[in-house]
Design a protein around this ligand. Structure first.
Ligand SMILES: [Zn+2]
Ligand SMILES: [Zn+2]
Length: 183
């Protein structure tokens, strides 16, 4: 996966539901290129497939050149300037539902903006280290409720394991709310 560069205003198909112009910088006369991370498209396509509805990036924000980013008050090192971020909404789906699903597919950078003041959209980006936040004030969030599924099964051997160890494994399984089987 890599960050690719496209010509602003010239449609290039990126995946089943996305074209490059969807991500063009909204500024006028500020830039002529559009940077887009392939990994971002991979995430957005999964989101489009999951909800079965158009993912609206153009309505909000995709790529932003340095000049336009400064003009709209974006962060100095905004991931939008590297083509690694998208702000979007899906008609009829709450931003909270989208954030939850994005978390479940392993997106590490997620911002949820679900009030009128904050704009009703979700920001996702392709950073490697987890960072979740809420609203323009960027309150930290641990989860949006979509943490990847817990292990389905815990097993233990009774033979060489002491009864105490087996009890500890059972207790751990109970705590994780997963079934525990003897093998
Ligand atoms: Zn621009
Ligand atoms: Zn954003």
């Amino acid at each position: 996966m890599a960050i690719k560069t496209y010509k602003k205003g010239v449609k290039t198909r990126l995946s089943e539901n996305f074209e490059s112009t969807e991500f063009d910088c909204h500024g006028h006369g500020c830039c002529s290129q559009t940077k887009i991370d392939e990994k971002l498209i991979d995430y957005l396509q999964q989101i489009a497939d999951h909800f079965g509805k158009p993912v609206l990036v153009r309505k909000h924000s995709g790529y932003r050149c340095q000049k336009h980013n400064a003009a709209v008050g974006g962060k100095k090192y905004s991931k939008h300037m590297q083509g690694m971020a998208a702000d979007f909404s899906i008609k009829g789906v709450s931003p909270a539902e989208i954030a939850k699903y994005a978390e479940s597919i392993g997106v590490k950078g997620i911002g949820l903006y679900e009030t009128a003041k904050d704009g009703f959209f979700v920001h996702i980006d392709t950073r490697a280290e987890k960072s979740f936040w809420y609203g323009k004030a960027q309150h930290h969030r641990d989860t949006f409720g979509g943490a990847p599924a817990k292990p389905k099964l815990v097993s233990y051997k009774v033979g060489p394991v002491s009864a105490g160890d087996a009890e500890r494994v059972k207790a751990l399984a109970a705590e994780l709310q997963v079934p525990c089987v003897e093998v």
